[in-house]
Design a protein around this ligand. Structure first.
Ligand code: EPZ
Length: 417
Protein backbone atom coordinates (compact mmCIF):
# COMPACT_ATOMS: atom_id res chain seq x y z
CA UNK A 1 0.00 0.00 0.00
CA UNK A 2 1.73 3.19 -1.17
CA UNK A 3 0.86 6.54 0.34
CA UNK A 4 1.11 10.25 -0.38
CA UNK A 5 2.68 12.42 2.33
CA UNK A 6 1.40 15.98 1.93
CA UNK A 7 2.23 19.17 3.80
CA UNK A 8 -0.84 21.26 3.09
CA UNK A 9 -1.53 24.97 3.24
CA UNK A 10 0.56 25.94 0.21
CA UNK A 11 -0.90 27.53 -2.92
CA UNK A 12 -0.46 25.82 -6.29
CA UNK A 13 1.34 28.05 -8.75
CA UNK A 14 2.87 27.22 -12.12
CA UNK A 15 2.22 24.93 -15.07
CA UNK A 16 0.76 21.44 -15.07
CA UNK A 17 0.63 19.29 -18.24
CA UNK A 18 -2.57 17.29 -18.61
CA UNK A 19 -2.05 13.75 -19.95
CA UNK A 20 -4.14 11.86 -22.49
CA UNK A 21 -7.58 10.67 -21.42
CA UNK A 22 -7.69 7.32 -19.57
CA UNK A 23 -11.33 6.82 -20.53
CA UNK A 24 -10.62 7.50 -24.19
CA UNK A 25 -7.49 5.32 -24.26
CA UNK A 26 -9.10 2.14 -22.92
CA UNK A 27 -11.77 1.58 -25.61
CA UNK A 28 -9.42 2.84 -28.34
CA UNK A 29 -6.71 0.34 -27.35
CA UNK A 30 -9.28 -2.48 -27.34
CA UNK A 31 -10.50 -1.44 -30.80
CA UNK A 32 -6.94 -1.62 -32.21
CA UNK A 33 -7.35 -5.40 -32.71
CA UNK A 34 -10.17 -4.92 -35.24
CA UNK A 35 -7.79 -4.01 -38.11
CA UNK A 36 -5.21 -6.82 -37.73
CA UNK A 37 -2.65 -4.19 -38.64
CA UNK A 38 -0.43 -1.64 -36.90
CA UNK A 39 -1.99 1.24 -34.92
CA UNK A 40 -0.02 3.95 -33.13
CA UNK A 41 -1.98 5.61 -30.35
CA UNK A 42 -0.36 8.91 -29.32
CA UNK A 43 -0.84 10.90 -26.09
CA UNK A 44 -1.56 7.61 -24.33
CA UNK A 45 -1.27 8.02 -20.54
CA UNK A 46 1.29 5.75 -18.81
CA UNK A 47 -1.05 4.64 -16.01
CA UNK A 48 -1.91 1.29 -14.42
CA UNK A 49 -5.25 0.87 -16.22
CA UNK A 50 -3.59 1.44 -19.60
CA UNK A 51 -0.71 -0.89 -18.73
CA UNK A 52 -3.27 -3.56 -17.85
CA UNK A 53 -5.03 -3.00 -21.17
CA UNK A 54 -1.65 -3.42 -22.90
CA UNK A 55 -1.20 -6.73 -21.02
CA UNK A 56 -4.60 -7.88 -22.28
CA UNK A 57 -3.63 -6.93 -25.85
CA UNK A 58 -0.52 -9.08 -25.50
CA UNK A 59 -2.66 -11.94 -24.15
CA UNK A 60 -4.78 -11.64 -27.33
CA UNK A 61 -1.54 -12.00 -29.33
CA UNK A 62 -0.84 -8.40 -30.27
CA UNK A 63 2.66 -6.97 -30.14
CA UNK A 64 2.90 -3.70 -28.24
CA UNK A 65 5.68 -1.12 -28.13
CA UNK A 66 5.86 2.07 -26.07
CA UNK A 67 7.77 5.13 -27.29
CA UNK A 68 7.24 7.85 -24.71
CA UNK A 69 3.44 8.33 -24.60
CA UNK A 70 2.90 6.66 -27.99
CA UNK A 71 1.80 3.03 -27.90
CA UNK A 72 2.05 0.98 -31.09
CA UNK A 73 -0.22 -2.08 -31.24
CA UNK A 74 0.49 -4.63 -33.99
CA UNK A 75 -2.53 -6.95 -34.18
CA UNK A 76 -1.44 -8.74 -37.40
CA UNK A 77 -1.00 -12.08 -35.63
CA UNK A 78 -3.62 -12.04 -32.91
CA UNK A 79 -4.85 -15.51 -32.05
CA UNK A 80 -6.59 -15.61 -28.67
CA UNK A 81 -10.04 -14.47 -27.59
CA UNK A 82 -9.83 -15.91 -24.04
CA UNK A 83 -9.13 -13.24 -21.39
CA UNK A 84 -10.15 -15.22 -18.33
CA UNK A 85 -6.99 -15.24 -16.30
CA UNK A 86 -4.26 -12.81 -15.36
CA UNK A 87 -5.11 -9.13 -14.88
CA UNK A 88 -8.62 -9.51 -16.31
CA UNK A 89 -9.67 -11.15 -13.05
CA UNK A 90 -8.81 -8.03 -11.12
CA UNK A 91 -9.44 -5.58 -13.86
CA UNK A 92 -12.87 -4.44 -14.95
CA UNK A 93 -11.39 -3.14 -18.19
CA UNK A 94 -11.66 -6.55 -19.85
CA UNK A 95 -15.35 -5.81 -20.50
CA UNK A 96 -14.33 -3.11 -22.98
CA UNK A 97 -12.63 -5.84 -25.06
CA UNK A 98 -15.94 -7.69 -25.53
CA UNK A 99 -17.06 -5.82 -28.64
CA UNK A 100 -13.56 -5.89 -30.14
CA UNK A 101 -13.13 -9.66 -29.58
CA UNK A 102 -16.57 -10.34 -31.13
CA UNK A 103 -15.86 -8.04 -34.06
CA UNK A 104 -12.47 -9.69 -34.66
CA UNK A 105 -12.88 -13.36 -33.76
CA UNK A 106 -16.68 -13.77 -33.53
CA UNK A 107 -15.97 -15.16 -30.07
CA UNK A 108 -14.98 -13.90 -26.60
CA UNK A 109 -14.28 -15.23 -23.13
CA UNK A 110 -13.98 -12.65 -20.37
CA UNK A 111 -14.28 -12.65 -16.60
CA UNK A 112 -17.51 -11.14 -15.33
CA UNK A 113 -16.31 -7.74 -14.06
CA UNK A 114 -16.46 -7.63 -10.28
CA UNK A 115 -18.19 -4.67 -8.75
CA UNK A 116 -16.03 -2.01 -7.22
CA UNK A 117 -16.21 0.45 -4.35
CA UNK A 118 -18.47 2.86 -6.25
CA UNK A 119 -21.11 0.41 -7.37
CA UNK A 120 -22.11 -3.03 -8.63
CA UNK A 121 -21.05 -2.15 -12.22
CA UNK A 122 -23.49 -4.55 -14.00
CA UNK A 123 -23.10 -5.20 -17.73
CA UNK A 124 -26.69 -6.08 -18.72
CA UNK A 125 -26.89 -3.20 -21.22
CA UNK A 126 -23.78 -4.58 -22.99
CA UNK A 127 -25.14 -8.16 -23.09
CA UNK A 128 -28.66 -7.14 -24.18
CA UNK A 129 -27.36 -4.96 -27.02
CA UNK A 130 -24.81 -7.46 -28.34
CA UNK A 131 -27.44 -10.22 -28.10
CA UNK A 132 -29.62 -8.12 -30.40
CA UNK A 133 -26.64 -8.06 -32.80
CA UNK A 134 -26.75 -11.86 -33.03
CA UNK A 135 -24.43 -12.80 -30.17
CA UNK A 136 -25.10 -15.85 -27.96
CA UNK A 137 -23.94 -15.57 -24.32
CA UNK A 138 -23.44 -18.11 -21.53
CA UNK A 139 -22.03 -17.51 -18.07
CA UNK A 140 -20.58 -20.17 -15.77
CA UNK A 141 -18.56 -19.58 -12.60
CA UNK A 142 -18.04 -15.91 -13.44
CA UNK A 143 -16.77 -16.59 -16.96
CA UNK A 144 -18.76 -14.98 -19.78
CA UNK A 145 -18.56 -16.86 -23.10
CA UNK A 146 -19.89 -15.11 -26.19
CA UNK A 147 -20.21 -16.29 -29.77
CA UNK A 148 -21.35 -14.37 -32.83
CA UNK A 149 -20.98 -16.24 -36.14
CA UNK A 150 -22.05 -13.12 -37.98
CA UNK A 151 -22.63 -9.94 -36.05
CA UNK A 152 -25.47 -8.00 -37.61
CA UNK A 153 -26.37 -4.35 -37.31
CA UNK A 154 -29.46 -3.43 -35.26
CA UNK A 155 -31.34 -0.44 -33.85
CA UNK A 156 -30.52 -0.43 -30.13
CA UNK A 157 -32.22 1.80 -27.55
CA UNK A 158 -30.15 2.08 -24.36
CA UNK A 159 -32.12 2.37 -21.10
CA UNK A 160 -29.38 4.65 -19.78
CA UNK A 161 -26.66 6.43 -21.81
CA UNK A 162 -24.03 3.98 -20.60
CA UNK A 163 -20.50 4.94 -21.70
CA UNK A 164 -19.14 1.39 -21.77
CA UNK A 165 -22.18 -0.10 -23.48
CA UNK A 166 -22.15 2.63 -26.13
CA UNK A 167 -18.46 1.93 -26.75
CA UNK A 168 -18.88 -1.86 -26.97
CA UNK A 169 -21.75 -1.50 -29.45
CA UNK A 170 -19.79 0.99 -31.58
CA UNK A 171 -16.73 -1.28 -31.67
CA UNK A 172 -18.76 -4.43 -32.44
CA UNK A 173 -20.73 -2.60 -35.15
CA UNK A 174 -17.87 -1.55 -37.45
CA UNK A 175 -17.35 -5.04 -38.98
CA UNK A 176 -20.96 -6.20 -38.47
CA UNK A 177 -23.28 -6.73 -41.45
CA UNK A 178 -25.55 -3.76 -42.10
CA UNK A 179 -26.28 -0.63 -40.16
CA UNK A 180 -26.33 -0.20 -36.37
CA UNK A 181 -28.20 2.69 -34.75
CA UNK A 182 -27.66 3.49 -31.05
CA UNK A 183 -30.46 5.55 -29.52
CA UNK A 184 -29.92 7.22 -26.11
CA UNK A 185 -26.18 6.82 -26.66
CA UNK A 186 -23.64 8.26 -24.21
CA UNK A 187 -22.44 11.69 -25.39
CA UNK A 188 -19.09 11.98 -23.55
CA UNK A 189 -16.05 13.42 -25.41
CA UNK A 190 -14.45 9.97 -25.10
CA UNK A 191 -17.26 8.59 -27.31
CA UNK A 192 -16.43 11.19 -29.96
CA UNK A 193 -12.74 10.26 -29.68
CA UNK A 194 -13.60 6.58 -30.19
CA UNK A 195 -15.70 7.41 -33.28
CA UNK A 196 -12.84 9.49 -34.73
CA UNK A 197 -10.35 6.70 -34.03
CA UNK A 198 -12.56 4.01 -35.62
CA UNK A 199 -13.20 6.22 -38.65
CA UNK A 200 -9.44 6.77 -39.01
CA UNK A 201 -9.21 2.96 -39.43
CA UNK A 202 -11.88 3.06 -42.19
CA UNK A 203 -15.10 2.70 -40.19
CA UNK A 204 -18.21 4.67 -41.14
CA UNK A 205 -19.66 6.09 -37.91
CA UNK A 206 -21.52 9.38 -37.44
CA UNK A 207 -23.39 11.05 -34.58
CA UNK A 208 -20.98 10.54 -31.66
CA UNK A 209 -21.50 13.34 -29.14
CA UNK A 210 -25.26 13.21 -29.76
CA UNK A 211 -27.80 10.70 -28.45
CA UNK A 212 -28.05 8.96 -31.84
CA UNK A 213 -25.03 7.20 -33.33
CA UNK A 214 -25.18 5.48 -36.75
CA UNK A 215 -22.55 2.93 -37.82
CA UNK A 216 -22.50 1.37 -41.29
CA UNK A 217 -20.65 -1.98 -41.21
CA UNK A 218 -17.57 -2.25 -43.48
CA UNK A 219 -15.73 -5.32 -44.79
CA UNK A 220 -12.31 -4.52 -43.31
CA UNK A 221 -10.23 -1.87 -41.58
CA UNK A 222 -6.61 -0.71 -41.83
CA UNK A 223 -4.00 0.48 -39.35
CA UNK A 224 -3.79 4.13 -38.30
CA UNK A 225 -2.00 6.74 -36.22
CA UNK A 226 -4.20 8.62 -33.77
CA UNK A 227 -3.76 11.17 -30.97
CA UNK A 228 -6.02 10.82 -27.92
CA UNK A 229 -7.84 13.81 -26.39
CA UNK A 230 -6.58 15.26 -23.09
CA UNK A 231 -8.04 13.86 -19.87
CA UNK A 232 -10.92 16.16 -18.86
CA UNK A 233 -11.23 14.53 -15.43
CA UNK A 234 -7.53 15.01 -14.69
CA UNK A 235 -7.87 18.64 -15.86
CA UNK A 236 -10.94 19.09 -13.64
CA UNK A 237 -9.09 17.58 -10.70
CA UNK A 238 -6.26 20.11 -11.05
CA UNK A 239 -8.70 23.02 -11.55
CA UNK A 240 -10.36 22.09 -8.26
CA UNK A 241 -6.96 21.70 -6.56
CA UNK A 242 -6.02 25.21 -7.75
CA UNK A 243 -9.32 26.55 -6.38
CA UNK A 244 -8.88 24.72 -3.06
CA UNK A 245 -5.42 26.24 -2.55
CA UNK A 246 -6.30 29.72 -3.96
CA UNK A 247 -3.59 29.16 -6.53
CA UNK A 248 -2.69 30.31 -10.02
CA UNK A 249 -2.10 27.49 -12.49
CA UNK A 250 -1.84 26.98 -16.27
CA UNK A 251 -3.14 23.57 -17.35
CA UNK A 252 -1.34 22.78 -20.60
CA UNK A 253 -3.50 20.86 -23.15
CA UNK A 254 -6.69 21.12 -21.03
CA UNK A 255 -9.83 21.76 -23.11
CA UNK A 256 -12.36 24.32 -21.85
CA UNK A 257 -15.15 22.78 -23.94
CA UNK A 258 -14.72 19.50 -22.02
CA UNK A 259 -14.66 21.15 -18.56
CA UNK A 260 -17.26 23.89 -19.12
CA UNK A 261 -19.64 22.84 -16.30
CA UNK A 262 -16.89 22.97 -13.68
CA UNK A 263 -15.28 26.15 -15.02
CA UNK A 264 -18.61 27.98 -14.79
CA UNK A 265 -18.97 27.01 -11.11
CA UNK A 266 -15.43 28.19 -10.31
CA UNK A 267 -15.94 31.43 -12.26
CA UNK A 268 -19.15 32.08 -10.29
CA UNK A 269 -17.01 31.82 -7.14
CA UNK A 270 -14.67 34.50 -8.42
CA UNK A 271 -11.95 32.46 -10.10
CA UNK A 272 -10.55 34.05 -13.24
CA UNK A 273 -10.38 31.47 -16.06
CA UNK A 274 -8.84 32.20 -19.45
CA UNK A 275 -8.56 29.53 -22.13
CA UNK A 276 -7.29 29.00 -25.65
CA UNK A 277 -6.23 26.00 -27.73
CA UNK A 278 -3.04 25.61 -25.66
CA UNK A 279 -4.87 25.08 -22.37
CA UNK A 280 -6.70 26.65 -19.42
CA UNK A 281 -5.33 29.32 -17.06
CA UNK A 282 -7.00 29.69 -13.64
CA UNK A 283 -6.32 32.41 -11.09
CA UNK A 284 -8.13 31.50 -7.87
CA UNK A 285 -6.38 33.97 -5.58
CA UNK A 286 -9.56 35.94 -5.04
CA UNK A 287 -11.95 32.98 -5.03
CA UNK A 288 -14.83 33.22 -2.55
CA UNK A 289 -16.45 29.79 -2.29
CA UNK A 290 -20.23 29.86 -2.14
CA UNK A 291 -22.64 26.98 -1.49
CA UNK A 292 -23.80 25.03 -4.54
CA UNK A 293 -26.39 22.40 -5.44
CA UNK A 294 -24.80 19.92 -7.86
CA UNK A 295 -26.38 16.85 -9.42
CA UNK A 296 -24.11 14.48 -11.32
CA UNK A 297 -25.35 12.93 -14.54
CA UNK A 298 -24.46 11.65 -17.98
CA UNK A 299 -22.50 14.16 -20.12
CA UNK A 300 -22.94 17.10 -20.48
CA UNK A 301 -24.21 17.16 -16.89
CA UNK A 302 -21.67 17.54 -14.05
CA UNK A 303 -19.44 14.43 -14.26
CA UNK A 304 -19.67 11.81 -11.53
CA UNK A 305 -15.88 11.44 -11.84
CA UNK A 306 -15.44 14.96 -10.43
CA UNK A 307 -18.03 14.56 -7.66
CA UNK A 308 -15.58 13.51 -4.90
CA UNK A 309 -13.12 16.28 -5.83
CA UNK A 310 -15.92 18.89 -5.84
CA UNK A 311 -17.05 17.67 -2.44
CA UNK A 312 -13.55 18.31 -1.08
CA UNK A 313 -13.77 21.90 -2.31
CA UNK A 314 -17.30 22.49 -0.95
CA UNK A 315 -16.38 21.34 2.57
CA UNK A 316 -15.13 24.89 3.27
CA UNK A 317 -17.80 26.79 1.28
CA UNK A 318 -19.82 28.82 3.84
CA UNK A 319 -23.42 27.66 4.19
CA UNK A 320 -25.09 24.45 2.99
CA UNK A 321 -24.15 22.71 -0.28
CA UNK A 322 -25.95 19.71 -1.76
CA UNK A 323 -24.44 17.06 -4.02
CA UNK A 324 -26.74 14.47 -5.56
CA UNK A 325 -24.96 11.45 -7.09
CA UNK A 326 -27.24 10.00 -9.77
CA UNK A 327 -24.82 7.72 -11.68
CA UNK A 328 -23.22 5.30 -9.19
CA UNK A 329 -25.17 3.93 -6.27
CA UNK A 330 -22.30 3.90 -3.78
CA UNK A 331 -19.86 6.64 -4.70
CA UNK A 332 -19.64 8.00 -1.18
CA UNK A 333 -16.66 6.52 0.70
CA UNK A 334 -14.71 9.78 0.22
CA UNK A 335 -17.27 11.55 2.45
CA UNK A 336 -16.34 9.34 5.41
CA UNK A 337 -12.66 10.12 4.90
CA UNK A 338 -13.27 13.88 4.52
CA UNK A 339 -15.12 13.83 7.85
CA UNK A 340 -11.88 12.59 9.45
CA UNK A 341 -10.37 15.92 8.31
CA UNK A 342 -13.14 17.92 9.99
CA UNK A 343 -15.68 18.13 7.15
CA UNK A 344 -19.38 18.30 8.11
CA UNK A 345 -21.17 15.99 5.64
CA UNK A 346 -24.39 14.04 6.03
CA UNK A 347 -25.62 11.47 3.52
CA UNK A 348 -29.23 10.59 2.87
CA UNK A 349 -29.46 7.89 0.15
CA UNK A 350 -27.65 9.53 -2.79
CA UNK A 351 -27.91 13.07 -1.46
CA UNK A 352 -24.97 14.65 0.42
CA UNK A 353 -25.49 17.77 2.54
CA UNK A 354 -22.23 19.59 3.14
CA UNK A 355 -22.14 22.26 5.87
CA UNK A 356 -19.19 24.57 5.26
CA UNK A 357 -16.47 24.61 7.95
CA UNK A 358 -13.81 27.36 8.19
CA UNK A 359 -10.99 24.98 7.23
CA UNK A 360 -10.07 21.27 7.01
CA UNK A 361 -7.59 19.75 9.46
CA UNK A 362 -4.57 17.67 8.40
CA UNK A 363 -4.88 13.95 9.13
CA UNK A 364 -4.49 10.35 7.93
CA UNK A 365 -7.01 9.13 5.36
CA UNK A 366 -7.34 6.22 2.96
CA UNK A 367 -8.37 6.18 -0.71
CA UNK A 368 -10.87 3.48 -1.71
CA UNK A 369 -10.95 4.26 -5.42
CA UNK A 370 -9.34 6.48 -8.01
CA UNK A 371 -11.42 9.64 -7.67
CA UNK A 372 -11.77 9.26 -3.90
CA UNK A 373 -7.97 9.36 -3.75
CA UNK A 374 -7.87 12.49 -5.89
CA UNK A 375 -10.43 14.14 -3.60
CA UNK A 376 -8.36 13.32 -0.51
CA UNK A 377 -5.20 14.72 -2.09
CA UNK A 378 -7.09 17.98 -2.77
CA UNK A 379 -8.30 18.07 0.83
CA UNK A 380 -4.77 17.41 2.14
CA UNK A 381 -3.30 20.14 -0.10
CA UNK A 382 -5.72 22.69 1.41
CA UNK A 383 -5.43 21.57 5.06
CA UNK A 384 -2.55 23.19 6.98
CA UNK A 385 -0.14 20.57 8.35
CA UNK A 386 1.06 17.08 7.45
CA UNK A 387 -1.45 14.61 6.00
CA UNK A 388 -1.12 11.04 4.78
CA UNK A 389 -3.31 9.67 1.97
CA UNK A 390 -3.05 5.88 1.83
CA UNK A 391 -3.98 3.80 -1.21
CA UNK A 392 -1.82 5.57 -3.79
CA UNK A 393 -2.15 2.57 -6.11
CA UNK A 394 -5.81 3.50 -6.67
CA UNK A 395 -4.78 7.01 -7.74
CA UNK A 396 -2.01 5.72 -10.01
CA UNK A 397 -4.65 3.75 -11.96
CA UNK A 398 -5.81 6.98 -13.52
CA UNK A 399 -3.30 9.80 -12.93
CA UNK A 400 0.16 9.79 -14.50
CA UNK A 401 2.80 11.08 -12.04
CA UNK A 402 0.27 13.14 -10.06
CA UNK A 403 2.68 13.84 -7.22
CA UNK A 404 5.42 15.03 -9.59
CA UNK A 405 2.96 17.27 -11.46
CA UNK A 406 1.70 18.79 -8.19
CA UNK A 407 5.23 19.17 -6.78
CA UNK A 408 6.30 21.08 -9.91
CA UNK A 409 3.38 23.43 -9.18
CA UNK A 410 4.57 24.12 -5.65
CA UNK A 411 2.88 21.40 -3.59
CA UNK A 412 4.83 19.67 -0.81
CA UNK A 413 3.87 16.09 -1.72
CA UNK A 414 5.79 12.87 -1.95
CA UNK A 415 4.91 9.25 -2.68
CA UNK A 416 6.23 6.45 -0.47
CA UNK A 417 5.79 2.68 -0.74
C1 EPZ B 1 -17.33 4.87 -17.57
O1 EPZ B 1 -17.67 3.75 -16.77
C2 EPZ B 1 -16.04 5.42 -16.99
N1 EPZ B 1 -15.00 4.40 -17.08
C3 EPZ B 1 -16.27 5.82 -15.54
O2 EPZ B 1 -15.05 6.41 -15.06
C4 EPZ B 1 -17.36 6.89 -15.50
O3 EPZ B 1 -17.63 7.23 -14.16
C5 EPZ B 1 -18.64 6.33 -16.16
O4 EPZ B 1 -18.34 5.89 -17.51
C6 EPZ B 1 -19.75 7.36 -16.23
O5 EPZ B 1 -19.32 8.47 -16.92
C7 EPZ B 1 -14.36 4.22 -18.24
O6 EPZ B 1 -14.66 4.85 -19.24
C8 EPZ B 1 -13.26 3.21 -18.24
P1 EPZ B 1 -21.60 3.52 -17.42
P2 EPZ B 1 -18.85 2.74 -17.24
O7 EPZ B 1 -21.78 2.26 -18.18
O8 EPZ B 1 -18.84 2.60 -18.71
C9 EPZ B 1 -25.08 1.42 -14.91
C10 EPZ B 1 -13.27 6.72 -13.59
O9 EPZ B 1 -13.17 7.11 -12.41
N2 EPZ B 1 -24.96 0.32 -15.88
O10 EPZ B 1 -21.88 4.83 -18.09
O11 EPZ B 1 -18.79 1.53 -16.41
C11 EPZ B 1 -23.85 1.52 -14.01
O12 EPZ B 1 -23.98 0.64 -12.91
C12 EPZ B 1 -14.36 5.75 -13.96
O13 EPZ B 1 -12.48 7.06 -14.53
C13 EPZ B 1 -25.90 -0.71 -15.84
O14 EPZ B 1 -26.81 -0.71 -15.02
O15 EPZ B 1 -20.14 3.60 -16.82
C14 EPZ B 1 -23.86 2.96 -13.59
O16 EPZ B 1 -24.78 3.11 -12.52
C15 EPZ B 1 -15.29 5.43 -12.79
N3 EPZ B 1 -25.79 -1.73 -16.74
C16 EPZ B 1 -24.40 3.68 -14.82
O17 EPZ B 1 -25.07 2.68 -15.60
C17 EPZ B 1 -24.78 -1.74 -17.67
O18 EPZ B 1 -24.74 -2.70 -18.49
C18 EPZ B 1 -23.34 4.35 -15.67
O19 EPZ B 1 -22.45 3.38 -16.07
C19 EPZ B 1 -23.84 -0.70 -17.68
C20 EPZ B 1 -23.96 0.33 -16.78
Amino acid sequence: MGKFIIEGGRTLTGKISVSGSKNAALPILAACILCRDKCTVKNCPRIKDVENAALLLQKIGAEIKWKGNALTVDSSNINNYNLTDGPADKYRGSIIFLGALLGTFGKAKISAPGGCRIGRRPIDFHIDALSMMNTAFSTTHGIISASAKNLSGEEIVLKFPSVGATENIMIASVLAKGETVIQNAAREPEIVDLQDFLNSMGAKITGAGTSKIISKGVASLHGTEYKIIPDRIEAGTFLIAAAATKGEVFLKNARYDHTRQLCRILEKCGAVIIHDKSGIYINAKKIRLSPHVISTGAYPAFPTDLQPQMMSLLTTAPGLSIIIETVFESRFLHAEELKKLGADITLDENRFTIKGVPYLKAGNVRASDLRCGAALIIAALSAKGMSVVEGSEFVERGYQNIERKLRLAGAAIRLTD
